[in-house]
Design a protein around this ligand. Structure first.
Ligand code: SF4
Length: 321
């Protein structure tokens, strides 16, 4: 069983932490409830932090002649500057975080699809806004894992989010250790995972670790970090995952029967068609890793990128898999 370092996340406080929404309510999220035992959360409510009470008159994004502002219609207060200042100050002071879970559709915290109203009068809103706090998150931490609690109900988005926060948090441990050996070990145990995300960049990371230019450790780590952040920017394509699954099956080609291989190939086909999630195929491989004592694959984080309790089989049923 892999040992995990707890990721550190900032979360919108109204999700499972405090009844601080404009109407005095709290948002319930089973996923966040479950995560509480596995990550360190730092909750924040930007609207409360800038002095708006609970409950409070609602605020919204409005388009004022091409400029989107954060506005409180009942008091006619424009809060854009105050919110931006708070967000910058708060976010710049953060150290060693791996990601954010923000409340969806909020004019402060929403990461996408937030309503933007056409001016001060009522009218049909467009839905392409980003909350003011969230847009500062993107400005300052474009490389961290940023999601909203609504999108995290989607299994694929959740798998990718979990993979990213646990990989970033493992890398923070390497940085804290300040030892090249730990970086070499990190790269070697994440080889399949990084290849699935981006084969070209993972090869470049290998060159950084090999350090043919004899750079000082600090420089090696910062070069590696830059490539790691780029690698994790986009989730792996399903075709890349299939390549890794096929490659992994190759390790057992002598031991497996014809029927076992056919069964696995059929299972890969079902993953290609979107009928089953990746984790089903990973579990088949994991069972072979144990059965045939395959040490090299056993160390690959690709087969257990996050604690498996966070993606129980019941979740798969709930999501219709
Ligand atoms: S969405 Fe953000 S600003 Fe609004 S209540 Fe939740 S934490 Fe506070």
């Amino acid at each position: 069983m892999r040992k995990f370092k707890k990721p550190r996340l900032i979360i919108s406080k109204c999700i499972e932490f405090e009844s601080c929404r404009y109407n005095g309510l709290i948002i319930s999220s089973d996923f966040v409830k479950q995560l509480k035992d596995y990550v360190k959360f730092q909750p924040v409510c930007p609207e409360v932090e800038i002095g708006l009470g609970i409950p409070r008159d609602p605020i919204r994004l409005i388009d004022l002649k091409g400029t989107v502002e954060l506005f409180q219609p009942a008091t006619e207060r424009c809060l854009t500057g105050t919110m931006k200042n708070f967000a910058r100050q708060y976010l710049e002071d953060l150290k060693d975080y791996d990601g954010f879970i923000l409340k969806n559709k909020s004019p402060s915290c929403g990461i996408k699809a937030v309503k933007v109203y056409p001016g001060l009068k009522e009218g049909r809103p467009r839905t392409d806004g980003v909350g003011v706090f969230a847009s500062e998150v993107y400005n300052l931490y474009p490389y961290l894992a940023v999601e909203d609690e609504g999108r995290l109900r989607n299994l694929k988005i959740r798998e990718n989010f979990l993979t990213k926060i646990y990989t970033l948090s493992a890398f923070r441990k390497v940085k804290e250790s300040g030892e090249l050996n730990h970086l070499i070990e990190f790269h070697s145990s994440n080889k399949f995972l990084l290849m699935a995300y981006n084969q070209n960049l993972s090869q470049k990371m290998g060159q950084v670790v090999a350090n043919h230019d004899h750079l000082p450790l600090e420089k090696i780590i910062s070069n590696y970090q830059e490539l790691l952040f780029k690698t994790l920017e986009k989730p792996p394509l399903y075709t890349s995952n299939i390549n890794i699954l096929m490659h992994s099956m190759g390790y057992f080609s002598e031991e497996l029967s014809h029927n076992e291989k056919s069964f696995f190939l059929e299972s890969i086909e079902k993953y290609r068609e979107g009928v089953i999630p990746l984790i089903v195929n990973l579990n088949i491989l994991k069972s072979w890793i144990i059965r045939f004592d395959e040490d090299y694959l056993a160390k690959q984080t690709y087969f257990e990128p996050y604690p498996e309790e966070l993606m129980p089989i019941t979740t798969l049923y709930e999501r219709g898999f």
